[in-house]
Design a binder for this molecule. Structure first.
Ligand code: SAH
Ligand code: SF4
Ligand code: F3S
Length: 459
């Protein structure tokens, strides 16, 4: 059987897409491999959110070209967001790429591959939009306890820095029935946690006529027996309603974890980014979350050096980070993207923030983010006992197991002497050590049984 290796760059959407590619390929007898030297087909699943992400794809492809010169029989495919943006152009420049397909026609991979094998002709197929009926596809996952489940594709916002709407298309929600069926299947295979996935999960169901929402979806899937935890990623503040926050607080399986990117903590910058909310609105949302769930984790993405961002406006972002008390933040220096208003502004000398200034701002913000994360961590976890879902051995220490708290924080603890504990178990751990990004604890005896009892009464 031929082997396929996929290099996945970018966000969780791409990770989930790679799992679908493996699923599709299994139908024509391709097996996943993690050994690039054993692969017959290499797929680069790309990201184009910033120039750096695109550059990574180009340099990897250069390396694959060298490999192909030594092993001319291997096939190279270009997929994902950069392929969707300019796959044709890239294939012209790098003719050793055998197949190009985009984010809208992933399901066509097996046919394109068969066509290539039959004719020996390289293939390039990109759809401008998602098909009316997005086909359900098989999935092969590399995880065993937690799984990603797509609930909505695309994004209808037009943030002025962002290329995602161009490469992922308009919002399209998946039907609640398909989502529930996928989760039931996952649970029957032993999965315990699902993360509902989309660029804009808080807009779930708004494209249906029946008034569906993320809150109604959470209720609909909540009682799948054997499912222990539900998360969702990524939300937009504009669509975070009180009803959603109340639903998360009420449903025991839904984790108190909110990744709701704020992007900037300054009203002028937010307006120019077209984020359509104010700092005040975001703060009120965060306050409401913490009022109902005092230990909830709220995390964000931030961009520094957006064209026109003054030093004072940047400092407003820092103030917001402190005020809201984020549990973690992903920060990035603004990078101009094709066909976006931001890219035009970046060419204006008066608006462009210099690269040096961007680096300075991100350094300062990262230090602050770490300080605040540590403070929040201590506040939330000191002298506590946490429910941990065991995901496996700690890759850095084989004597330890690793898992996450409900709020998504990594927690490591020593393996018990007995073998009673398994990957996928929910256990109770007493927290002994706190760092900004992880916890260390001690497994509490008999904790599995007591947790199972609690869970079965919830069910
Ligand atoms: N849909 C999500 C985020 C999608 S992209 C949301 O609305 O929040 C992931 C992150 O990449 C964004 O949150 C943003 O912080 C960052 N990003 C997007 N475009 C960027 C650009 N041009 N330059 C730098 N960072 C960018
Ligand atoms: Fe990009 Fe904005 Fe859509 Fe998020 S909401 S994907 S940042 S356009
Ligand atoms: Fe990148 Fe595409 Fe995700 S551009 S961030 S992989 S949606």
């Amino acid at each position: 059987m031929p082997n396929c290796y996929i290099e996945t760059l970018g966000c969780q959407m791409n990770k989930a897409d790679s799992e679908r590619m493996f699923g599709l390929l299994s139908e024509i007898d391709y097996k996943p491999t993690e050994d690039i030297n054993a692969a017959d087909l290499l797929i680069m699943n790309t990201c184009t959110i910033r120039e750096g992400a695109a550059d990574r794809a180009y340099s990897n492809l250069g390396r694959w070209n060298k490999l192909k010169q030594k092993k001319p029989d291997i096939r190279i495919a270009l997929a994902g967001c950069l392929a969707q943006e300019k796959g044709e152009e890239i294939q012209k420049r790098m003719p050793y790429i055998d197949i190009v397909f985009g984010t809208h026609n992933l399901h066509r991979l097996p046919d394109l591959l068969l066509e290539l094998n039959k004719t020996g002709q390289s293939q390039c197929e990109l759809y401008e939009n998602l098909p009316d009926e997005v086909p359900e596809t098989p999935i092969i996952r590399r995880t065993s306890v937690t799984a990603w489940v797509n609930i909505i594709l695309g994004c209808n916002f037009n943030c002025t820095y962002c290329i995602v709407p161009q490469v992922r298309g308009r919002e399209k929600s998946r039907t609640p029935d398909f989502i529930k069926q996928e989760i039931e299947l996952l649970v029957s295979e032993g999965y315990k946690e699902v993360t509902l996935l989309g660029q804009n999960v808080t807009a779930y169901g708004l494209d249906f006529e029946n008034g569906a929402s993320l809150a109604s979806l959470l209720r609909f899937i909540h009682d799948v027996p054997g499912l222990e935890r539900i998360r969702f990623l990524t939300g937009h503040p504009y669509h975070v309603t009180d009803e959603l926050i109340e639903t998360v607080a009420e449903l025991p399986k839904v984790c108190e974890y909110f990744h709701i990117p704020m992007q900037a903590g300054d009203d002028t910058t937010l307006r120019r980014m077209a984020r359509i909310y104010s700092v005040d609105k975001y703060v009120k949302m965060a306050d409401k979350i913490r009022e109902l769930m005092p230990k909830a984790s709220i995390t964000s993405d931030f961009i520094v050096g957006f064209p026109g961002e003054t030093h004072e406006q940047f400092l407003n972002t820092c103030k917001a980070v402190e005020r809201i008390g984020f549990d973690s933040c992903i920060t990035a220096m603004y990078s101009p993207r094709r066909n976006t208003p931001g890219a035009k502004w970046e060419e204006d000398e008066e608006l462009k923030v210099s690269e040096e200034e961007k680096r300075e701002r991100i350094g300062y913000l990262n230090a602050l983010v770490t300080e605040i994360a540590e403070k929040e961590s201590k506040k939330k976890y000191r002298d506590t006992q946490q429910e941990i879902l065991i995901e496996g051995e700690n890759p850095r220490n084989p004597k330890q197991l690793t898992g996450r708290t409900r709020q998504g924080k990594i927690c490591n603890f020593d393996k018990p002497a007995s073998n009673k504990i398994n990957v996928g178990d929910l256990v109770q751990v007493k927290i002994d050590e706190i760092t900004p990004w992880s916890l260390k604890g001690t497994l509490l005896p008999n904790s599995i049984e007591s947790v199972r009892l609690e869970v079965s009464t919830v069910n």
